[in-house]
Every structure is written in C-alpha cells, then in structure tokens.
Design a protein around this ligand. Structure first.
Ligand SMILES: Cc1ncc(COP(=O)(O)O)c(C=O)c1O
Length: 354
C-alpha cells in the first residue's frame, strides 16, 4: 500500500469491508489465463461477494454469465444488467419458482433440479409467465448434499425436463465441494466426481439425449477440474477475493478483501478492535492479523488480540477474513480501494437468503 492509501483507509468508518481492486483484477486476469485454451468457460459464483459491480468486472472474454446460490442474488445480478445467470441450487418453493420464471422473461436463466416437484413447479411458473427456463439436472458427485444419486432417477428426471414445454434441458451439474490442500482422500474424491459426471453423461447420451453443458468445480479444485474432459464450465467464485485457507493448492490468486478495524482499547498485551462476528465471520477460523500476535476472542462487536506489536488506541488494523462469502453478507457496502482513492458500492444481494 502507498502512504496515500493508508491515509485514506485511516479515514474509513470502521468496521469497513474493503476490496483491493488491483489484486481483485489481477485474480480475475489470472483465472482468465488459466482457462484460456481449456475449451471450458468460467461462470464465476457471485455468492462470494453478492456485489454486481464486482461481478461485472469478472465478465469478459470467455466469461459470459455468473453463478448464483439464491434467487435474490440472481435478481440483483439481472437488475444490474447481467443477462446470463445459473442458479446452482435446487429451487422448489412456489414463490421462488415464480420469481425465476419472471426473471427468465428478462434474461437467460438456468436452474439446477433434482426433484419432480422442482421440475413441475418451474414448468408451471414458466408456462404462466410465458418464459423459458434452462435446466441442468444436478448429480451428487460425492458432496452428499443436493443432486440425484441414482442413475435411474437421472434418466427419469431428464425425460421429465425434456417433456416440459417451457423448460430447456441443457445438461448436468455436479459440484464436489471444497477440497482444501491436504483434504482426506482428495484425489479419490476428485476421481469420484469426474467418474460420476462421465457416467451420468454416458447414460444420457446412450438414451439419445444431448448434454451440452456440464457445470461444476470451485476455486479449491480449479486446477484439478480443468483437466476433466467432461466439464464444460467451472463455477469458481472465491478465486477473485481468495482466502488464506486455500493456500497450498498452487493457485495464482492473492487475498483481495479485508476488514479494517480500529483499536478501541489497549492494556498490557491486550488490544481490542471494534470488529467482531457481526462484521467478520469466523467460519473458517479467526481473522488473520498482519503482525505478530494471537486472536484470543472474536465476540459480536469486538476482536481481542494479545500482541506486543506497537498498537495504540485509534490506530487501524487490517483483518483478513477466514471466509469471504459470509463476511460480505454482513456488510451493506464494500469500499473499493484503488491507487486514486476509495469509493463504496452496495453489496446489493447481501442478506438475500431467499
Ligand atoms: C454449487 C457451488 N458451485 C461453486 C461454488 C464455488 O466455490 P468457491 O467459492 O470455493 O470457488 C460453490 C461454493 O460453495 C457451490 O456451492
């Protein structure tokens, strides 16, 4: 950081969520370079930051659309002008299938399904709205979350989608989940994910069904799934802001988001900061600190450190979130930091859990 930026960051009302835009842009460029020549497309998962302004910076050559986890995220992205969204999640409730159908009248919308109810409700809503919804049948490739586990169900559900006049079957989805460096049986889990998707595609092809899209993968598996011939698109999201827990995977990305906090109390080795769990999550451990010391507590509004570093009341400290998506979800706005200054943009889909 240049001294000028430090002065500006010091003026922020804390706790403040900040993105270093140069690092963000470098991560986006590095991902684009990795994808180049792979024959696959990147479909960035925007649940990471829920911020249309950042999502738009991830689009470009070979990156035409985004991935969302909630209908609210998809609505925020379409409202901001992004016209191609994948809801990589099962949507079954009546209000949400209605909202999807309405959104599909304005943009290209693709949704994952793994149930008859999901298909029936999407079709009924799309028929009412006179829109068309693209569909991927979700396969459980080892995460034990959503997705069909039985290949008979896969064929049956795919045929239901093909029969529905307002749904357009596009292919398959299979997300293997986060596999950090050193995860137990990491290679075995990756093999299982690849095999499940290949098997699913073969079964559909043998039934004469064309599979145009196979979507999966995340930041932790990006380098691995690039070598999966079966995948056509990768849903990585965290790559753009990065997290320390993803170190050790050989990824060409650096941490780009921080929470700035103020020292509000200092005594002996104790320093207390004005940022706690309501502004930085501890989902993957305590926040990182940029000096020697130990985080001994993260309360609602306070983080307590033990450190011998020179820290005085009123000084600012740059904390690194252990988990980016849940930290962004705590903030109404994010400060975008560039050499020429700071500006804030809304985290538009923050809190849109529906
Ligand atoms: C279905 C799905 N796809 C992609 C991702 C993106 O993963 P990451 O943010 O680690 O890149 C996630 C994250 O949880 C996910 O749930």
């Amino acid at each position: 950081m240049t001294p000028g930026e430090i002065t500006e960051l010091d003026q922020l009302p804390t706790p403040a969520l900040v993105v270093d835009l140069d690092i963000f842009d470098a991560n986006v460029a590095a991902a684009r370079k990795l994808m180049a020549g792979s024959g696959k497309t990147l479909r960035p998962h925007v649940k990471t930051h829920k911020t249309p302004e950042l999502a738009k910076r991830q689009l470009g050559e070979g990156v035409k659309g985004v991935t969302c986890a909630t209908v609210g995220e998809a609505e925020a992205m379409v409202e901001a002008g992004i016209d191609d969204v994948l809801l990589a999640n099962e949507i079954v409730s009546l209000d949400k299938t209605e909202r999807i159908a309405r959104l599909a009248a304005r943009a290209k919308v693709m949704v994952a399904v793994d149930s008859d109810l999901g298909i029936d409700r999407l079709e009924a809503a799309a028929a009412r709205e006179q829109s068309n919804v693209d569909v991927l049948v979700d396969v459980d490739v080892g995460l034990n979350r959503c997705g069909v586990r039985d290949m008979t169900d896969l064929l049956r559900l795919t045929k239901c989608v093909l029969k529905a006049s307002h749904l357009r079957f596009q292919g398959l989805m299979g997300y293997e989940g986060r596999l950090r460096a050193g995860a137990e049986n990491r290679n075995g889990k990756l093999d299982q994910a690849r095999h499940s998707l290949e098997e699913a595609k073969t079964i559909l092809n043998k039934a004469g069904i064309e599979v145009k899209i196979v979507s999966g993968g995340g930041t932790s598996t990006l380098l691995d799934v690039l070598a999966f011939p079966v995948l056509t698109e990768i849903q990585a999201g965290t790559y753009a802001l990065m997290e320390p827990v993803l170190d050790g995977l050989g990824l060409p990305f650096d941490v780009a988001s921080f929470v700035i906090a103020t020292v509000i109390s200092r005594s002996a080795e104790v320093a207390v900061l004005d940022a706690g769990r309501k502004s930085i999550t501890i989902d993957s451990g305590p926040p990182g600190i940029p000096f020697e010391g130990t985080v001994v507590a993260v309360n609602e509004e306070h983080t307590v450190l033990h450190t011998s570093t020179h820290l005085e009341v009123g000084m600012h400290v740059k904390l690194t979130p252990s988990k980016v998506p849940t930290t962004f979800n705590l903030h109404d706005r994010v400060w975008i930091s560039q050499a020429d200054g700071l500006r804030s943009v809304p985290v538009t889909a923050r809190g849109h859990a529906d």
